[in-house]
Unconditional design. Structure first.
Length: 441
């Protein structure tokens, strides 16, 4: 553990010095132009954040420290006998900026195993909620209960030197990452398995142990969890969950508070909750059509009906991507390998054939292709996880790796509190009339 921290600090000092040099020489250069439409329409396309862990390319999809998902599947260490990357390896890559060795990954696994104990009062807090409470609400409540363990909070209250912020954030991030699977699995077993809880297996890797605690011992499901945790881990810094974690962390809220805030963002239907909406939409289609295996013609009719009712086809479209999401492709390849004849998976593939041409015909959809959410639910249902309200919790456990690695870098680079300038519509109108200057603060 200590060696990892020392190496991380050395790397952070190196990058910090590099950034200072860049800002000294080029700090006044503009990156793009901000338009009124960008200000009003979700700051879309505005470059205003630094997120070291990943970068999203409109055509090629997500790259983690420069590596594509197929490259990660090839280069990251794998569990013994497995073919999917271990998420611990991706966490190391995002944290350190370099591919891990087998030894590096084993070290991360060992660190997370040693830190995985969750105090009983956290479970007691979750148990105080009504059983019908949405899993994401229970998840956030569990994280907030765990916040009492925050080293950052305790050390800040004791007068911690600002040069040590990174160290406390690092400690909290590893503690939180280690304990999230236990909390999530507890919620799953509480809500859907009559509270019949399963103790951790300290001999398993992070994702494999998560599968075990949820009650899934099939080795291919553990492989799915390794893939799922890897491909959902990060999507650069501007998405809601990543940006929220960064924003709240910039106020020096500890990683527990910051991550809980990010998870509240992930719970929104335009973000992480979309994976729930996809499988719900498919099941509703099957029920209305009276068949588990609708034809492409039937799917096309149902899609047209969905659109004519003013709704969207969940799982299709993305704010940045302009091609099929590589994360969708990775899951499709997993399905072809492990369950090529599964009815629901084949429905997803038929939807993939049908939906893009229909959306393209509308003439106003920039990206008619599927994103990661369009496929994940079908794989989970194949293994018996039909409780689609829980899917976003899986997403949240995975996303922790990216946002917490980023949070470590935020504190290591001493990034300031985030405070963009806002304007009023009245001031915009006055500016357009040449009566006011609104852009400087």
């Amino acid at each position: 553990m200590q060696e990892l921290k020392v190496r991380f600090k050395e790397k952070a000092d190196q990058v910090s010095a590099e950034i200072k040099g860049i800002l000294k020489e080029h700090g006044n250069r503009k990156i793009g132009e901000v338009t009124l439409s960008q200000i009003y329409q979700g700051m879309r396309g505005m470059t205003g954040l630094v997120s070291e862990t990943s970068l999203l390319d409109a055509n090629e999809g997500i790259r983690f420290r420069g590596y594509s998902i197929p490259e990660l599947q090839e280069k990251l260490p794998k569990a013994k006998g497995g073919s999917e990357p271990l998420p611990e390896g991706l966490f190391y890559l995002m944290l350190m900026g370099e591919l891990p060795s087998e030894e590096d990954v084993h070290e991360i696994t060992s660190i997370l195993q040693r830190r995985s104990h969750v105090p009983n009062y956290v479970f007691d807090t979750i148990e105080s909620l009504p059983l019908h409470t949405h899993p994401m609400t229970q998840f956030v409540v569990g994280i907030m209960a765990l916040q009492t363990e925050s080293a950052f909070s305790k050390r800040y209250a004791a007068g911690m030197n600002k040069k040590d912020y990174w160290d406390a954030a690092f400690e909290d991030s590893l503690d939180l990452l280690a304990r999230l699977p236990r909390i999530a699995a507890y919620i799953y077993r509480r809500k859907y398995k009559n509270g019949d809880h399963i103790q951790p297996n300290g001999l398993l890797d992070w994702a494999g142990n998560f599968a075990h605690m949820m009650g899934y011992e099939d080795e291919s499901f553990k492989e799915l969890m390794r893939l799922y945790m890897t491909i959902h881990a990060d999507h650069e810094g501007g998405n809601v969950s990543a940006h929220t974690t960064h924003l709240v962390g910039s106020a020096l809220s500890d990683p527990f508070l910051s991550f809980a805030a990010g998870m509240n963002g992930l719970a929104g239907p335009l973000h992480g909750l979309a994976n729930q909406e996809v499988i719900k939409w498919i099941m509703e289609m099957q029920k209305e059509l009276g068949t588990e295996t609708p034809t492409k013609e039937q799917i096309a009719e149902y899609v047209q009906k969905t659109l004519s009712n003013g709704k969207v086809v969940p799982g299709y479209g993305h704010a940045v991507l302009r091609k099929t999401d590589p994360r969708f492709t990775a899951q499709m390849e997993f399905g072809k390998k492990h369950m090529p004849d599964a009815p629901l998976v084949n429905v997803v593939w038929n939807i993939y054939d049908v939906v893009p041409p229909i959306l393209q015909s509308l003439g106003k959809v920039k990206n008619p292709w599927p994103n990661v959410d369009a496929h994940s639910g079908a794989l989970l249902v194949h293994y018996g996880m039909e409780e689609y309200e829980f899917y976003t919790v899986l997403f949240g456990v995975s996303r922790a790796m990216g946002v917490l690695a980023s949070l470590c870098w935020d504190r290591a680079l001493a990034l300031p509190i985030e405070r963009p300038k806002s304007v009023t519509t009245e001031s915009v109108k006055m500016w357009l009339e040449g009566k006011d200057e609104i852009w400087g603060e």
